[in-house]
Every structure is written in structure tokens, then in C-alpha cells.
Design a protein around this ligand. Structure first.
Ligand code: ADP
Length: 247
């Protein structure tokens, strides 16, 4: 299998004659943390929705492990291992953090709540959920009702429920959105930690967030690819600076 896990070829999305994503060729290498960044209106969200199959492209192709997934459904790509972070709204606010992660695991295993499940399998499920919580540093919140968890820690729960689905490629949509400095730092450190042995593609507005953690950065502007490279490369590119200054 090639080093490229996800590729887009001439990916284009038009909305009633307006081109929101324009001929984008993206290559995500296996094992990388790759960021798709750009100023407001650059087409990041549209791109994310195309990759997660919530939108169908006007033209172009999307390949996952060299397989054409351009017209696949969200559930199909999830089964293939392409997992988007679930918004906190997708978890059950009045269940505990541990219960929510357990539900994520049960989804993955294809089992439903069942009072007759053996105690052994329930214990195993619990152990795995606790392991995932430890991985995202949420052990202390295991018994906290989710709605009572501090805002800054909720992304960690989203990441835990995403990990429960055993992603081959994790897609994160603005993981630090709306957070203060300290939480931004915590989440970026967490992304770095969970990236070990995994591939992550994250959409992010804030260039500083991606500076310390990304192997590769692709910069969009007005729907098109403006520049690609390491943080050092894109942050010293005058066109990129200008695009950001203009917003
Ligand atoms: P970003 O996430 O980088 O801020 P978006 O992908 O949200 O950018 O938007 C890119 C452009 O596409 C914007 O000009 C936006 O107004 C336009 N756009 C996004 N979604 C739609 C839609 N459903 N219909 C029409 N225009 C849209």
C-alpha cells in the first residue's frame, strides 16, 4: 500500500455557480498530522464535508487507500476506517463520560445494550472505555455527567469516542474552536499524543494551533490550493501571510 492514505484529484464543489472548492489536489501521507488551513471563506468546511461525504463533489475524485470513495456514503467510509470527530452534540449529555465512551465502543462492536450480556464482556467493555479515557487524560471525569464537564475538556471526549471507532484516518474539524489559550494547548498536545500510529487530517483556521504539531500544512484560499509544506515553509510564504492579513 502506498504512503498516501487519502488523495483528492481536481476536487471541485460549486454552489449555484459559486465555486467553493476549486480543483483541489490533496495528498495525506499515512502517519502524518496534516492540517488544512485558510482564512474565513477559504473552503475548509466545504472540503471537510466533501471528505466526510456530507457533500457530493461537483467534479473530481476522492481516494482512500487508492480506492475511489467519491460517491461513498458517510457510513460506508466510517466502516472503512475514515472517522470524523463527533461533535459533542452527538453524545448523550445526561449520561456519564464513561457511559458515552462505552456507547461508542458498542457501536464499533455492533452490539446494542443488552441486559443479558455476560459480566465478563461488560467488564471488558468497561476496561477498554477506561483505557480510552486514560489515553485522552479524562480518567478523573469518568463518572461526571457529560453536561457538567468543563467546555475545554469536551473535545477530549469527542476524540475518545472517535478513537473508540478505531480510525485508520481521523478527521478533526477545528478541534480548538472557541477555546482559551490553556485549553488550546491541552488539545493540541492531546492530538499529538493520539496521533502515534494514526493519521490525522484536521481543518483549522488558526495557523498558530497547527504550528507545533503538523507534519504538513495545506493552505486554501478562495477555494483553491495556495501553498503546501511544513509550518516553516508556509509561514514564510508571503502569499500565505497576505491571505491571512487580508481577513
Ligand atoms: P471556510 O470553512 O474556509 O470558512 P466554507 O467552506 O465555509 O469556508 O465556505 C467557502 C465559501 O463557500 C464561502 O464563500 C461560503 O459562503 C460558500 N458556501 C459554503 N457553503 C455554501 C452553500 N451551501 N451554498 C452557497 N455557498 C456556500
Amino acid at each position: 500500500m502506498s504512503g498516501v492514505i487519502l488523495e483528492t484529484k481536481h476536487l471541485t464543489k460549486e454552489f449555484k455557480g459559486f465555486t467553493a472548492v476549486n480543483d483541489v489536489n490533496l495528498k495525506v501521507q499515512r502517519g502524518h498530522i496534516h492540517a488544512l488551513i485558510g482564512p474565513n471563506g477559504a473552503g475548509k468546511t466545504t472540503c471537510f464535508n466533501l471528505l466526510t461525504k456530507f457533500l457530493v463533489p461537483t467534479s473530481g475524485q476522492i481516494l482512500f487507500n487508492e480506492k475511489d470513495i467519491t460517491f461513498a456514503k458517510p457510513a460506508q467510509i466510517a466502516r472503512m476506517g475514515v472517522i470524523r470527530s463527533f461533535q459533542i452534540s452527538a453524545v448523550f449529555p445526561h449520561l456519564t463520560v464513561l457511559q458515552n465512551v462505552r456507547i461508542g465502543l458498542q457501536r464499533q462492536l455492533g452490539t446494542s445494550f443488552n441486559f443479558w450480556q455476560s459480566e465478563r464482556s461488560l467488564n471488558k467493555l468497561n476496561d477498554r472505555a477506561m483505557q480510552l479515557l486514560a489515553e485522552v487524560d479524562l480518567t478523573e471525569f469518568a463518572d461526571t455527567v457529560t453536561v457538567d464537564m468543563p467546555y475545554g475538556r469536551k473535545r477530549a471526549l469527542e476524540i475518545a469516542t472517535t478513537l473508540a471507532m478505531e480510525p485508520e484516518l481521523m478527521l478533526l474539524d477545528e478541534p480548538t474552536q472557541g477555546m482559551g489559550h490553556e485549553d488550546v494547548h491541552r488539545v493540541t498536545e492531546l492530538i499529538k499524543k493520539v496521533s502515534a500510529g494514526r493519521t490525522i487530517l484536521m481543518v483549522e483556521h488558526n495557523m498558530k494551533v497547527v504550528s507545533g504539531i503538523c507534519d504538513k500544512i495545506s493552505v486554501l484560499q478562495r477555494g483553491a490550493m495556495l501553498a503546501e509544506g511544513t509550518y516553516a515553509e508556509v509561514s514564510s510564504n508571503p502569499q500565505v501571510m497576505e491571505a491571512y492579513m487580508g481577513t
